[in-house]
Write a protein that binds this ligand. Sequence first.
Ligand SMILES: Nc1ncnc2c1ncn2[C@@H]1O[C@H](COP(=O)(O)OP(=O)(O)OP(=O)(O)O)[C@@H](O)[C@H]1O
Length: 460
Amino acid sequence: MDHLNEEALCRDALQVEAAVLELDKVGLNIKTEQNALTRRKICRVRYLHVLWVHASPEELTIHYVRERQKILQPTAKVFSLQNSATSSTRLDAWVQLLLHRAYGESKSRKKLKIFLNPSSGKGTAVKLFCKYAEPLFVAAQCQVDIQETSYSGQAGELVRAHLEIDSWDAIVCCSGDGLPHEVINGLALRNDAGHILRKIPIVQLPGGSGNALCVNMFGTTSISLAALYTIKGVTHPMDLMSITQGDKRHISFLSQNLGLLAECDLDTEGIRFLGGKRFAVGLLQRLLKPPVYGCKLATYSASNQCSRDSMGDQSCDQTKEMCQHGLPDLQFGTVNDPVPDGWKLEHLETLGVFFAGKFPFVDATSKVFPSARLDGLLDILTVDAGIGARKLLQLFSKAERGTHLTMPEAQYRKVLAYRVVPSRTHGAFSVDGERFPIKPFQVEVHPQMGMTLTTPPIVG
Ligand SMILES: Nc1ncnc2c1ncn2[C@@H]1O[C@H](COP(=O)(O)OP(=O)(O)OP(=O)(O)O)[C@@H](O)[C@H]1O
């Protein structure tokens, strides 16, 4: 390396013993010489994959991941600085530059509260976490506080009572969508719910059968990629919803699902070992004789009044102001109040599917709400039970790509709030994938009242 001295190197390159480390637009290039005369070997590491870097007077260590088929393997390279002429100031500046490019806007060395649900999905969440996610958090120097839940409700109790919750950079649920639902509802019971829900990102590592939060925010079902995106993720607000039923108020972040598709989820618990495939099995079992879930539907939509978009940030700011402490007041009252003026009433006597949601994907492969976004509105899909097996199958196979809305049988609405009064008293109704009783319910959106993490821009 004699031909390369420090002056000859630009600010982005660092000479260490037997190697030159260069930072270009997309990553770090480690150029090592094979022997004194011959070719150089170049190892390229994307900034996304750099987890941590630290330097002592003797050596420089770079922790990064190697990606093979969506599985990330943490690894480290150590470079001797013994005979290096590089000054410590320059070394520090280079390390800071690399860390800055590796993390961008994302906070490095996050403090993470991690809940593992041993009963999620096929029951492998804990094993998968230990094998594919934890080593990445360790290599990235995250402070992790890991808790395997012992019973349903424990994570909710803990986040409700925890005094120093403000110090967590994210709450990570290695689970299905039920545990994030539980955590959000635990936070919602705090006196400072409005502040905390808005501040602390809730993140999912895919450990269940649906894993919709992870798929929507990180675009993956790989647990190691989701762990990397948690390490490198940037904060992203999410709309939350209040659902009132009887005298209770719950918070929902994902969906409300009544009828055929809820049965495919809730009534297939016996074939849990199939993982995500149990939804498809449930659908095939019901295709020829889909259940009928007639209901009265009242909706308050963007066309009834100005849309949330045209209201700009106003409604969001109002929610912010209202909920600095506990939850905001309900704008449309509860399900026990008379239906507010100006709502549109429909009687869907032969309804088969009622599905309302806030994110495009409801599980890893079903893009039921292709136009759902952070707009303060809720998307609703209804399908009549009498459309026939062929059309039903066509509709749900198209939903994989979100192209089902071109079918006239798929009724799609965007609303600010709605109420459903089911005709039945038994059957399947789920909120964020969790079973709820079949009773009248009313839902309204709280724009940007929640927080999560999304993939950093350097994912490209
Ligand atoms: N240790 C535990 N034992 C039993 N149930 C638990 C435990 N910890 C959490 N739970 C409950 O398990 C329920 C389901 O959790 P989760 O969504 O993580 O799994 P899942 O139902 O398999 O996933 P999916 O929603 O993707 O199907 C939640 O209501 C949660 O409160």
